[in-house]
Write a protein that binds this ligand. Sequence first.
Ligand code: GRF
Length: 210
Amino acid sequence: MNHSHSRPPIPIPARLAVFGSGAGSNARAIIEWVRNASIDAPYDVVLIVSTSPSAGINDVARAYGLPLLVLERSMPVVEQTDVLLQALREHAITIVALAGYLRKVEPAIIHMVGNHILNIHPSLLPAYGGQGMYGATVHQAVLAAGETETGVTVHLVTDVYDDGAILAQQRVPVLDADTVSELAARVRNVEHLLYPSAIAAYVREMAEVG
Ligand code: GRF
């Protein structure tokens, strides 16, 4: 997949920031994967960004002793963007992984990291994607449509919601008696396996050679 036209090479090891607003289970899975990677992981997790003082992802950052930036809701968007740009600069971030980040990513942020922003979505995009389709809403729609399978998608982030080139996908079966929470749990388990390795594959593909 050719990204060279708009994405500069990434120095190895890449310096990853994870942005989230929820429980932080994907952030935890990524951190654990890097720590236990059998071969040298091509990236380090160096910053966690959260959008709420009470988000579970904050506890993940604390549990692993990682720097945490909590973006105050009350702060005007322009100010939040400045604070975020400052943190990305301070930590020399070269790639961002969104995991349940319920905010629009401002173009200034996307450009700051050379368009190296990835997201994980709990469906087989383009199906069940787009504005408003996140979390349980996605699984409810999949069940209501009587789908026999759904899945997980890792994709690049552009300024169009859930658009961007698809980097990895994995199918997940939908069982007859599935409740939303049972399906969500099965999908989340696949997310935790797919995302860390999809980030690594992307970094290796974009690695600065020499
Ligand atoms: C995941 O289900 C992911 O698909 C979606 O947001 C959720 C994040 O969950 N983008 P967590 O905060 O990583 O547990």
